[in-house]
Design a protein around this ligand. Structure first.
Ligand SMILES: N[C@@H](CCC(=O)N[C@@H](CS)C(=O)NCC(=O)O)C(=O)O
Length: 326
């Protein structure tokens, strides 16, 4: 693992507090896409760099798929194995090399944007071909741009940030971030027993909470499918295959939660979603890229998961927007 210091690649572990708690570094590029701004929503102007393995990057590529922006925004996919040079491009199955900048390593993209860049080299990256720079590398903001700023270019007339729900969506994304989305990492990358114990307790407390909410509510914010659900989805999808074992989030399997599990199946089975989920990349990445957790880098064979199994969520009021099926 490494990071850039004034444009130089240095080997560096993740950041931890004195108590051994994992601390995620702040995101570095935070420009906005907006009409009338420096970064106007335009066709064939932007490119998205992702990893199929990464739950954050998956938020962005899911929204690109749901909105029907595949012809408008290009895509590159890094190799699932993140070694000492960080993310890199390959011709391995499921990967899409960088045809825009011809980079071999993702960090080259960061250096093109800022030759003196200091920070972690993370996915997703939203690249502007016109200004030749990184617009933004914060997943929830990229997801929001795709959802709200590209409507005139999107194939589907659909939104996951509807009026009347916006405050609740923002609050829910915030509410699940520390205990769940980042919580699995806080458990997995904890450097002390206490830091791990606290992260795991918070994680399962929050999962228990949503399990009870989803008993009679179809989605996190009510009967309407929103961005908050997609933020939840990318963590739940990886839970039993990776977080349960590799990150020791093993009080319960996700599949032990009937409501969360059925909710996960429903979201996975919506049009286009399985095409942007790649469990092989997920497992290859996590089990091979953290030798401090899994020194022999052996990728476990299981668990056997059936994301196509029938779900029971149609019993509840609400449902996905009809435009999704057109
Ligand atoms: N704040 C970022 C976090 C992205 C992130 O941490 N991505 C991970 C992959 S799951 C990464 O690229 N890590 C590489 C590193 O930290 O060196 C977001 O939500 O977009």
């Amino acid at each position: 693992m490494g990071f850039m210091l004034n444009g130089e690649w240095k080997s560096k572990d993740y950041t931890h507090s004195e108590k051994g708690e994992f601390k995620r570094d702040a995101t570095t590029f935070r420009n906005r896409v907006q009409n009338g701004g420096q970064f106007e929503p335009e066709s064939d102007r932007y490119h998205l760099y992702i990893s199929w393995a990464c739950p954050w990057a998956s938020r962005a590529v899911i929204m690109r798929e749901l909105k029907g922006l595949q012809e408008v925004i290009g895509l590159s996919v890094v190799d699932p194995y993140m070694g000492k040079d960080g993310w890199w491009f390959s011709e391995n199955p499921g990967c899409i090399p960088d045809k825009v900048n011809g980079a071999q390593l993702l960090r080259e993209i960061y250096l093109l944007a800022d030759p003196e860049f200091t920070g972690r080299v993370t996915v997703p990256v939203f690249w502007d071909k016109k200004e030749e720079t990184i617009v933004n590398n914060e997943s929830k903001e990229i997801m929001r741009f795709f959802d709200t700023e590209f409507n005139h270019l999107a194939e589907r007339n659909i939104t996951f940030y509807p009026d009347g729900y916006r405050q609740q969506i923002d609050e829910t994304i915030e509410k699940i971030y520390q205990p769940i989305n980042n919580g699995v990492y806080r458990a997995g990358f904890a450097e002390t027993q206490q830091a791990y114990d606290e992260a795991v307790a918070e994680l399962f407390e929050e999962l228990d909470y949503w399990e009870s909410i989803l008993a009679d509510q179809r989605y996190l914010c009510g009967p309407v499918l929103t961005e908050a659900d997609w933020c939840m989805f990318t963590t739940l999808y990886r839970f039993d295959a990776v977080y349960y074992l590799h990150f020791k989030c093993n009080l319960r399997h996700l599949s032990d939660y009937p409501n969360l599990h059925n909710y996960l199946l429903e979201l996975y089975q919506l049009p286009g979603i399985s095409s942007v989920c790649n469990m092989d990349h997920v497992k290859q990445h996590y089990y091979r890229s953290h030798p401090f957790l899994n020194p022999k880098q052996i990728v476990p064979a299981g668990p056997e998961l059936d994301f196509e199994a029938k779900h029971n969520r149609d019993d509840l009021p609400g449902g996905p927007p009809e435009a999704l099926f057109e």
